[in-house]
Design a binder for this molecule. Structure first.
Ligand code: ATP
Ligand code: MG
Length: 416
């Protein structure tokens, strides 16, 4: 029996149907099929993120077909055979069927083909080598993609060592798809091959590594996959430091229990050592975005140390010092290191306060200090700092008059 997705709304959506109509006007019926993530996710009842289409048409013919149908064609990866059709704002990545001509572990040289089975052979895992015709019927050229997807088996198409040698990013992708779709014991041959060839990951472009790692960490529950990765030695090749697996497990557990949003960047921070040099080195090496890098380093910084039993006043002081996000992140990391229930209520309260209290602006400025008679120069900053400390000690007293009184006292006490 042929498996079928049926006519799902995303298959029959006018924007997508028009793209198929355009391609079929050029190449005839069944010259294009859905492929990869959209087919796999639909089969498993998961949401569809993006639509990939494979076709027997060459990129030039795809472009011409879209043009004739007045659909915008963007040559997003034309040398690899990919044209993106943007119809009613919805992107469709259309890629010509390919076979590998040569590979070097990082990049492949490809040739176009009209053979669907050949195209399937160069895809990474059986559950990713699934195609669907526009009537929803599934084409499973490896013969085991549907069964593997349903059983949660991540299995290389072909020999794992050979497939890794062609492209070592597949090492990380193995764990990524395991995190998202894996169930039960992992494929032993695949895991052994990933362990054996782990050091080759170092030769990949840094951005490819961080992108895959963050996608892996965005799975609902990546704990098993991360433990497997650590067990195979792959995680250490990437982090260049032993991972804090207990803190990571703790964080994922807390996110699930407390219905916090899944936070891949903070999960990454949880895995990294509490060492600014090592964490910064990692961030630079894999070229994390500046935002992710700054956030991770702030979350792992040693001061101010957070305790679950801090008073509201101390929490406000910490928020004023390092900001709402950092206090929240550090509270989650500290909680994750000792995720027992005893402190859960306190941590939850601390996080709620940190998220709801926006630090007020200091009521005085340098101009106020000079109005109090302090001459322009470095002393202004020193006086202001002393008043600020007083103001923080008084729990951000919302009283400009008292602040000015304090300023006068400080200014008088200073010798200038
Ligand atoms: P998602 O987009 O939901 O993360 P996906 O399966 O669509 O999952 P992509 O990275 O978008 O993953 O890749 C699309 C498809 O291209 C995959 O399903 C797979 O068939 C193929 N593919 C992508 N990268 C590789 C690779 N490095 N080696 C072999 N095949 C790959
Ligand atoms: Mg995709």
């Amino acid at each position: 029996m042929t498996d079928s997705l049926g006519l799902r709304p995303w298959i029959t959506a006018p924007a997508t149907a028009a793209v198929f109509d355009a391609l079929e006007a050029e190449g005839g019926p069944d010259c294009a099929r859905f492929v990869g993530g959209c087919v796999r996710n639909a089969l498993l009842g998961r949401p569809i993120d993006d639509i990939d289409i494979a076709t027997t048409l060459t990129p030039e013919r795809v472009t011409a077909a879209l043009k004739a149908a007045r659909i915008r064609a963007v040559p997003t990866g034309i040398e690899h055979g990919t044209v993106t059709a943007v119809n009613q704002k919805l992107p469709h990545e259309i890629t010509t069927l390919r076979r590998d001509v040569s590979t070097d572990g990082r990049r492949a040289t490809v040739a176009f083909t009209d053979d669907w089975a050949q195209d399937a052979q160069r895809r990474d895992f059986t559950l990713n080598a699934l195609y669907a015709r526009r009537d929803g019927s599934i084409f499973d050229p490896t013969g085991q993609g549907v069964a593997d997807a349903r059983a949660g088996r991540i299995v290389f198409v072909g020999d794992p060592e050979q497939r890794l040698t062609e492209d070592h990013l597949r090492n990380l992708r193995f764990f990524r798809f395991h995190a998202w779709f894996g169930r039960g014991a992992p494929d032993a041959a695949a895991l052994a091959a990933c362990a054996k060839l782990k050091d080759q990951i170092d030769h990949l472009a840094a951005e490819r590594i961080s992108k895959e790692l963050l996608k892996l960490l965005a799975a609902d529950d990546p704990r098993d996959a991360v433990r497997l990765m650590a067990g195979a030695g792959v995680l250490e090749v990437i982090l260049k430091a032993p991972a804090d697996l207990d803190r990571f497990d703790g964080l994922v557990g807390i996110e699930a229990d407390q219905l916090f949003d899944c936070d891949p960047t903070l999960r990454l921070a949880a895995l990294l050592p509490d060492d600014q040099v090592a964490a910064g080195g990692f961030a630079g090496r894999v070229r994390l975005s500046n935002d992710d890098r700054d956030r991770i380093l702030a979350a792992l910084a040693p001061m101010p140390e957070l305790r679950s039993w801090m008073s509201p006043r101390e929490i406000r002081r910490a928020v004023y010092a390092v900001g709402q996000e950092t206090v929240r992140d550090r509270a989650k990391l500290a909680w994750a290191s000792a995720p027992g229930t005893a402190a859960a209520m306190q941590w939850r309260g601390l996080i709620a306060l940190a998220e709801s209290w926006s630090p007020p602006a200091m009521p005085l400025t340098g101009a106020d200090v000079m109005n109090a008679g302090v001459p322009k120069g470095p002393l202004v900053g020193r006086v202001l700092k002393e008043v600020e400390d007083w103001w923080i000690d008084h729990d951000f007293l919302d009283d400009r008059f008292s602040a000015i009184e304090k300023l006068k006292a400080v200014a008088q006490g200073m010798a200038y």
